[in-house]
Design a protein around this ligand. Structure first.
Ligand code: HEC
Length: 115
């Protein structure tokens, strides 16, 4: 009997640990507030960038944006401008910013149907 209870407790603990280590959920509204510094280059909504060499973020997959930001932060993806901005972001900031830009209507197109 107590073995069963211990097993259940162990499973609950494992499940809890799994939840903690997962990426935080992004909050679109919080991301909007945090995006103030990003707007100078990527545009207010992630669409109107200052010129063609600055990527549009609007409508991009949140998972892609989050990976890019984590990669700039770790140095896996190298860019002197973005490394500086990403270095200041927490995991929660990255999740929120990615959720915000992904939620904006964008003209990034899904071309996966092209062979
Ligand atoms: C001073 C201008 C500038 C600012 C401010 C800026 N970025 Fe960038 N960002 C760039 C440039 C330039 C690139 C392209 C870098 C490269 O080629 O990897 C880029 C790339 C990115 C990418 C990768 C896009 C892709 O399609 O792969 C993401 C995501 C991103 N920025 C998010 C942000 C966020 C979030 C902020 C605010 C915290 C921010 N940027 C602030 C200039 C800027």
């Amino acid at each position: 009997m107590s073995l069963t209870r211990n097993l259940i407790a162990a499973l609950a603990l494992l499940t809890g640990v799994g939840t903690l280590s997962a990426a935080p959920n992004g909050d679109v509204e919080a991301g909007k507030t945090k995006s103030a510094t990003c707007q100078a280059c990527h545009g207010a909504d992630g669409n109107t960038t200052i010129d063609g060499s600055y990527p549009k973020l609007a409508g991009q997959y949140a998972t892609y944006l989050a990976k890019a930001l984590h990669d700039y932060k770790s140095g896996e993806r190298k860019n002197p401008i973005m490394a500086g901005f990403a270095a200041t972001l927490s995991d929660q900031d990255i999740a929120d910013l990615s959720a915000y830009f992904a939620a904006q209507a964008g003209d990034i197109k899904d071309i996966s149907h092209l062979k």
